[in-house]
Write a protein that binds this ligand. Structure first.
Ligand SMILES: Nc1ncnc2c1ncn2[C@@H]1O[C@H](COP(=O)(O)OP(=O)(O)OP(=O)(O)O)[C@@H](O)[C@H]1O
Length: 590
């Protein structure tokens, strides 16, 4: 069983490595070419050092038979040594560019994957953890593979050149040095498995620690963390996680140090044996001093090249499981859906017998719901916390697909992308884009003009606020990036409303659109809501009954079901749950 897995993994490694190499080449063709050229120059320079070393020894020991005089030999030796030394820093710098390009390409693939994932997948914990692991580890791996592959190419060239030199001196020296590689490769295979297991084990812990770091450092949390004096407790947790990470890391580092020490010892032992063999060959008169000198240089350089070769192979083996993880992630999920087409709404949207349960949850969040929103109508959803209002709104907006039941648009079951293109949602926790006001409004960019953005801002009651902003519509909002202007919570909410109005779809879902508005603004919004919506239909979710009483129809939800439905007056007359909640709320104002 274990052997079978090992064999499968061994077969998969070359395929993954080749795929990674292709990624690198496609990320930056000319950069890869330049980096490969440096490897070639490095190998040629290393060979040059051996050859000019031999020439120098010849010129010193047997000047009468030397091909070149001592001075030119020394000059050439200095030149090739300098060249061989200079290549490495050039390579390092070239690798920086290549590394960035590779990371950009892999990020693009990752972003394609996250864009493809539907909301249910995105919200499941398995997805978030896999994404985090891929971000933490696999993103750097294609570049590690590049470095390893380039190192492998260069060292193979070097090993080839040095081996040729050694073969001419004494063929036995070569297997002696190469033998050191076998345990090195086997050890690195073992190390690679422990490294992947380590990364897998620690992803959840890293996620929790990163979250704490965000709480402790990011601006949106700064006020509350200070107000609750939460820093000491958060730091304490952070410290406990550090201790956990340190213990796991120490154990892993010890494993890796063991591998490194054994590999280095193997190479050093082979080097010593080869040098002893050279001494033996000189003593027995089988080779001259000049050959021995050149062979010693070649052995020394070959052991260096072999070190690179083995660590490159180790790097490739180590990266393979991470690459497989990345590959699994980017090929997971459905293929990219085509962009949806915005549809007009002539009759209305109807949900019939809709059920929806979140993955891993025993109960349906929405359980057999029928609702209808006719064109141009304002329909309200009310109900206690957790009764399923937001979930239902996401089904209406095409963000979730019902497990059973139908969602018809003018009597037709539209594909989800078309529904998403035709419905706009503002969530309770809408996004505060740290960008200009104009960008905040036009983020959906339906190709609207500057006038349309200003029109949306005006309809959302932002006119006065825009007048006070230093650069008007082009003022950057928010201080997260340290360059913008902060606006109040209610103003942010108006910006979100403007964003929804700008998108101009026939149906808008407004989830608690007035939570942060002052009483006057809320009153203005709801008394003029039909004018503000400009004929669009709206699904309004609110806990404030004063906001929803003007709706054409109110659905009351409880435990995922619609328990009552009617106009405000009808529901009050029915004296059911709505009437009870309404009276409770209005009593508070008396
Ligand atoms: N992403 C999710 N994963 C799992 N369960 C969820 C998720 N979102 C909501 N739920 C659960 O589904 C049920 C309905 O939640 P929903 O957010 O739709 O209620 P709501 O009526 O909008 O609540 P509120 O008035 O508090 O906003 C709740 O029991 C909630 O815990």
């Amino acid at each position: 069983m274990r052997l079978g897995r090992l064999a499968k993994a061994s077969l998969a490694t070359p395929r993954l490595v080749l795929a990674a190499a292709r990624e690198v080449r496609q990320a930056d063709r000319s950069g890869t070419l330049v980096a490969s050229a440096y490897q070639l120059v490095g190998a040629v320079a290393a060979l040059g050092v051996v050859v000019t070393g031999k020439l120098t020894f010849d010129a010193l020991l047997t000047p009468e038979r030397a091909a070149l005089g001592l001075t030119p030999s020394l000059l050439l030796l200095a030149l090739t040594t300098a060249l061989s030394g200079a290549v490495s820093p050039l390579q390092t710098q070239q690798h920086r560019i290549l590394g960035e390009r590779v990371s950009q390409r892999v990020w693009d693939r990752l972003l394609d994957t996250t864009a493809r994932a539907d909301l249910v997948t995105y919200e499941s914990t398995g997805f978030a953890t896999a994404l985090e692991r891929v971000q933490q580890n696999a993103l750097t791996r294609p570049f590690a593979v590049t470095t390893a592959l380039l190192g492998l190419t260069g060292s193979l060239l070097g090993v080839g050149a040095m081996s040729a030199v050694l073969l001419t001196v004494e063929p036995l020296l070569l297997p002696l040095l190469l033998a050191a590689g076998v345990p090195a490769v086997l050890l690195s295979r073992w190390a690679s498995r422990t490294e992947f297991a380590f990364a897998h084990r620690l992803t959840a812990l890293f996620r929790r620690r990163d979250y704490l770091r965000q709480l402790l450092t990011r601006r949106p949390y700064a006020a509350e963390v200070r107000a609750f004096d939460a820093t000491p407790r958060l730091r304490e947790r952070h410290e406990r996680m550090n201790v956990e990470v340190n213990a796991a890391l120490r154990a892993q580092v010890r494993r890796r140090q063991l591998v490194a020490a054994l590999t280095t010892l193997g190479v050093a032992a082979a080097l010593t044996a080869a040098l002893l063999a050279i001494v033996q060959l000189v003593q027995s008169g089988r080779i001259g001093l000049a050959e021995a000198g050149a062979a010693a240089i070649a052995v020394r350089m070959l052991s260096g090249q072999l070190g690179t070769l083995f660590s490159s192979i180790g790097g490739l083996l180590e990266s393979a499981p991470f690459l497989a993880d990345l590959e699994r992630f980017v090929t997971s999920g459905p293929p990219a859906a085509p962009r949806g087409r915005k549809r007009p709404l002539a009759a209305g949207v109807a949900l019939r017998g809709v059920r929806f349960g979140y993955p891993g949850q025993a109960r349906y969040a929405v359980d057999g719901v029928d609702i209808e929103i006719r064109a141009g109508e304002v329909v309200a959803l009310v109900g206690e916390n957790g009764s399923g209002k937001t979930t239902l709104a996401k089904i209406v907006a095409g963000l979730y697909e019902p497990d059973t039941g139908t969602r018809h648009w003018d009597g037709v079951a539209l594909p989800a992308p078309d529904v998403r293109a035709s419905v706009t949602v503002i969530f309770q926790d809408f996004v505060r884009y740290q960008m200009s006001l104009r960008d905040n409004i036009t983020i959906s960019d339906d190709g609207g003009s500057a006038e349309l953005a200003e029109e949306a801002a005006r309809a959302a009651g932002l006119l006065r606020a825009v007048g006070r902003l230093p650069d008007g519509m082009d003022t950057v909002l928010g201080r997260d990036l340290d360059e913008g202007v902060d606006i109040s919570g209610g103003q942010w909410q108006r910006v979100a409303l403007a964003r929804a109005l700008y998108r101009d779809t026939p149906l808008i879902v407004l989830d608690e659109p007035a939570a942060a508005l002052d009483p006057r603004a809320e009153h203005e919004l709801f008394t003029n809501v039909r004018a503000t919506l400009g004929g669009r239909a709206a699904l309004l979710i609110s806990h404030r009954f004063s906001s929803t009483r003007m709706a054409d129809r109110i659905y009351v939800m409880a435990d995922g079901r619609v328990v009552e439905c009617g106009t405000h007056d009808e529901l009050m007359a029915a004296a059911g749950q709505y009437a009870e909640l309404y009276r409770l709320q209005s009593a508070a104002y008396r």
